[in-house]
Design a protein around this ligand. Sequence first.
Ligand SMILES: [Zn+2]
Length: 127
Amino acid sequence: MSRYIADAIRQEVAVRAGFRCEYCQIHQDDAFYPFQIDHIVSRKHGGQTLLDNLALACFPCNVNKSSDVGTILLPQQIFIRLFNPRLDSWNEHFSVESGRLYAKTTIGEATIKVLKMNEIERIIERS
Ligand SMILES: [Zn+2]
């Protein structure tokens, strides 16, 4: 398990994602900062640098996600895992209107919360 991700792997992840952030769906051409390669299950939690565990992520999604794999949603106080672009369908968990993301599921809700996907600058950037 290496920290280094080969250029060929980066390119394959980007092409597979259609050059969109796999969390918030912003296109690379519309984002201020270059996109990054996210370990869906972070190395801290045993995730490996394999295509099945990698996702294309915009800078704010990747920074806010960090090594998190889920969160506690109140008031139920139950652990909810984050959206996994390799296992989950984006349209099943999210919708978007005028740049604002809406959760359709608790997984969507948890992901919007942890990745701070609806900060005002991000809504403006997305719309
Ligand atoms: Zn994003």
